[in-house]
Design a protein around this ligand. Structure first.
Ligand code: HEC
Ligand code: HEC
Ligand code: HEC
Ligand code: HEC
Length: 379
């Protein structure tokens, strides 16, 4: 068996601000440790992984022997930063696995910016062709782990002969039936560990392939060891933000806290009363129940105006700004409280889906009428 991942495994945010870098690193470490323990063989580097900093990725590589591969990510001297490929023997056959990160101007610029010029992306087709030359004659099967999107996966499959399987990423597709580009199959297994893709291959006189996508839902039991490791991570993150040193004090019970929407109540009592009946009013409690109330990667959607000026901040942990309050949708209204002027813009569904992302709420936009009805507090 070969276990792979095609990138953005360790981090999901484009920017890792100073206030969250510590917990982002703890999370990356958790994932690296867990994936190492299940025997992962190769991991392509995604641009979001790079947001943690090259040195941090190199530390993880060293500490866990974590198998990053990428054939076209180079340092200032044009030297590849990670292994370009690996070869693994499986049931007597050699499997070559190489990594490719996309070079669209957007992605290349992002990599340069994120890594402060420490890394740049070279031409994927040239890098893949060079790897294939070295692998020819040495391997029986070739997997390209790509982080560039499906359109480009088609291009690499067509233009670089000899690749058997492209395991793609970046554009968050899930392919039950593999795409077939001549002799090359192209697959992707969705996002956020919601699915596991399994490709069974037999090599012999004839080659056969069978792809299965497993949904990793609640019916799949948790591994007790991994679950315990995740609990430890939750505790570590909590102690990171729950110590006076980090700027926070011991937290009062959520019920005793005056929320900042109290400032709206004297004039908008009906709206406040309605809000209290919605799930937005218990978004923080939901995290408390999971011991996740200190995890920045959860608080950003379960608090009000996360890390915006005068919004909820990791450093200050302002209890009055927990939950998805009025200002999550209506914006900062300090001025309005005195001038009573209406906002320039109405709240649209486009704002909702910054939190109700497609992976969490796949039909949210389509269900606009229904979801708006659930929170309706306007005429
Ligand atoms: C700041 C992030 C954020 C924004 C913006 C946001 N929501 Fe939510 N919403 C949440 C969270 C978090 C929950 C889950 C709360 C819980 O149960 O703990 C939720 C739950 C809901 C629910 C109940 C669960 C469901 O899917 O039926 C509805 C309905 C809903 N939101 C509608 C909306 C609508 C409509 C908008 C835009 C007008 C919106 N939300 C904007 C974060 C947000
Ligand atoms: C990008 C925004 C976003 C982030 C980040 C986020 N959530 Fe949520 N969460 C939502 C929204 C929106 C909902 C409501 C829709 C739904 O129920 O799926 C929700 C719902 C939930 C629910 C279900 C509540 C119920 O009704 O039972 C739980 C539990 C939850 N979130 C926990 C977490 C945890 C733990 C994290 C961090 C690991 C997290 N969330 C990070 C947006 C987010
Ligand atoms: C002192 C009274 C008062 C307070 C306090 C107040 N508002 Fe208002 N608000 C008004 C009045 C009056 C209007 C109607 C303005 C109009 O229709 O021209 C209004 C209209 C609105 C509207 C609809 C127009 C728009 O801007 O989209 C929203 C949303 C709103 N308020 C949000 C809030 C929020 C959020 C708070 C708390 C942070 C708040 N208001 C606090 C008096 C108040
Ligand atoms: C999840 C997003 C969301 C939250 C949270 C939210 N609103 Fe709204 N609000 C909307 C939407 C959507 C509308 C309708 C479009 C518009 O007027 O912008 C609206 C409309 C309004 C209006 C205009 C009412 C009218 O009849 O025209 C007021 C006033 C208002 N909200 C006040 C509040 C107050 C006060 C809170 C906090 C208790 C709050 N809202 C919380 C999304 C939200």
């Amino acid at each position: 068996m070969v276990i792979v991942d095609s990138g953005d495994l360790l981090n999901e945010d484009e920017e890792v601000s100073d206030s969250v870098i510590k917990s982002a690193k703890l999370k990356a470490e958790l994932i690296a440790e867990v994936f190492t323990s299940i025997g992962i063989d190769a991991v392509e580097v995604g641009e979001l992984d790079l947001a943690l900093g090259i040195n941090n990725l190199k530390d993880l590589q060293k500490k866990y022997n974590f198998p990053f591969v990428c054939a076209n990510l180079v340092d200032k001297k044009n030297v590849p930063i990670f292994k370009r490929y690996i070869i693994k023997k499986v049931n007597g056959k050699n499997v070559g696995i190489f990594g490719i990160i996309g070079d669209t101007s957007e992605m290349a610029a992002k990599v340069k910016e994120i890594t402060k010029d420490a890394a740049s992306v070279t031409d994927p087709l040239a890098a893949a062709t060079a790897v294939m030359k070295e692998l020819t004659g040495k391997v029986d099967y070739v997997v390209a782990l790509t982080h560039q999107g499906t359109n480009r996966d088609w291009v690499i499959a067509r233009r670089v002969p000899g690749i058997d399987l492209v395991v793609g990423g970046h554009d968050q597709q899930k392919t039950k039936d593999p795409n077939e580009a001549d002799k090359t199959l192209i697959v992707q297994a969705g996002v956020k560990g919601q699915y596991l893709g399994m490709m069974e291959v037999t090599l012999g006189a004839t080659k056969t392939s069978k792809n299965t996508l497993f949904a990793l839902g609640d019916d799949v039991p948790n591994d007790p060891k991994i679950k315990a490791r995740i609990s430890k991570y939750n505790d570590d993150v909590a102690s990171l933000y729950n110590t006076p040193g980090a700027g926070a004090t011991t937290q009062p019970a959520a019920a005793d806290v005056k929320l900042s929407l109290n400032a709206c109540e004297m004039c908008h009592a009906d709206q406040v009363a309605k809000w209290k009946t919605t799930d937005h009013a218990k978004a923080y409690d939901t995290l408390v129940k999971k011991t996740k109330q200190f995890d920045p990667s959860c608080l950003k959607c379960h608090t009000t105006r996360y890390e915006q000026p005068e919004g909820f901040s990791m450093k200050l942990q302002q209890m009055e700004l927990v939950n998805v309050q009025c200002e999550s949708c209506h914006g900062f209204r300090k001025q309005h409280i005195t001038d009573l002027k209406p906002a320039a813009q109405k709240v649209k569904i486009a704002l909702c889906i910054t939190c109700h992302t497609a992976d969490r709420c796949p039909t949210f936009e389509k269900d606009e009428q229904k979801v708006m009805e659930k929170i309706k507090h306007w005429k």
